[in-house]
Write a protein that binds this ligand. Structure first.
Ligand code: GLN
Length: 311
């Protein structure tokens, strides 16, 4: 399975597919033509593109390739296409029909009310994680609460929390310099004051018993899950997705180590797989956390579990 994922990572469309694609896009004269040709190409390859909508993706790629707003796609629909834009569209579609995620192609993904830069070093933010933000901002924390987002990736959860609770002191950490740079870029892009530090889980966090809330969307997929062979996840880093055979290695570590970093009365809030709620509740209770509850995501699936450290 690992080899399938690697092969996908380094490949793009085959040569025949690429020349057919170039011919079809080069025949287009206007934005309307390009929209319709792109939609057709994406529809033909839909089986490799889990969860895509060819009409929406065609619009996103034309906006990206020709540097247009969605309004301009309508008002300039008859405008003649420039050669550079066509080249960019061909290269974009050739990556996409091989399954490469839209967010990695255009370099951005919306999350909460924010627009975030993404890179192959991190997971693409998902709407599943919005329940983590919603639960966090609903907690009765003090005005100057200290909040830590462990394994922050793009910074999505930390930045969304800060955007809603500007008086909280929010920081985030992750284990690679490239990720920290990305999260910092997202903080400045969205004008949010969140500090991002290099730390492999708690290894670089010196302040013990300091946090009112620790949140995390850690890797939680089982290492041999068939889910890893479908759609966007084929191109996302294993380090952000999988965590041992039951997917719980990192969650176990965070639950046990979290007790040293939480203030008394502080909360630990974890995103997890939709079938992991029971086991995570048990792990939290065994460790001595109280007020343990699970929240559902937008699809009604168990997605985040909260515990309170009251020792
Ligand atoms: N929710 C993600 C997925 O199923 C996994 C994210 C994670 O492991 N944190 O693709």
């Amino acid at each position: 399975m690992a080899s399938t994922r690697n092969r996908l990572k380094h490949d793009v469309a085959s040569e025949t597919q690429a020349s057919d694609l170039s011919a079809r896009i080069n025949l287009c004269q206007t934005i309307t033509d390009a929209l319709s040709a792109s939609r057709k190409v994406l529809t033909e390859h839909q089986e490799n593109l889990t969860f895509n909508d060819p009409t929406i993706e065609a619009k996103i790629f034309i906006e990206y390739a020709f540097e247009k707003t969605s309004m301009q796609l309508i008002t300039q629909s008859g405008e003649l296409l420039c050669e550079d834009g066509k080249k960019k569209l061909i290269s974009t579609l050739s990556k996409r029909i091989y399954g490469y995620p839209v967010a990695y192609i255009v370099g951005f993904q919306p999350f909460w009310t924010l627009n975030l830069r993404v890179s192959e070093h991190t997971l693409i933010p998902r709407s599943d994680s919005e329940i983590v933000v919603e639960t966090a901002i609903g907690l009765p924390l003090s005005k100057d609460a200290n909040v830590l987002d462990l394994g922050t990736g793009t910074g999505a959860i930390a930045l969304a929390i800060k955007s809603e609770r500007s008086h909280w002191i929010v920081s985030g950490c992750d284990f690679k310099e490239e990720i920290i740079e990305l999260a910092r870029a997202n903080a400045s892009l969205n004008s949010l004051n969140v500090e991002f530090v290099l730390s492999n889980w708690f290894s670089g966090i010196t302040a013990t018993q300091a946090f009112d809330l620790i949140v995390s969307n850690p890797p939680y997929v089982e290492s041999n899950s068939i889910w890893l062979n479908q759609g966007d996840v084929r191109f996302e880093p294993d380090s952000a997705l999988t965590s041992g055979i039951d997917g719980l290695d990192d969650i176990r570590h965070i639950i046990s180590k979290g007790t040293e970093y939480l203030k008394s009365g502080g909360y630990l809030l974890l995103e997890h797989g939709h079938q992991q709620a029971n086991v995570i509740q048990q792990l939290l209770l065994q460790q001595g956390y109280q007020e343990v509850t699970t929240k559902q995501d937008l699809n009604g699936l168990d997605r985040a579990t909260l515990g309170r450290w009251l020792v």
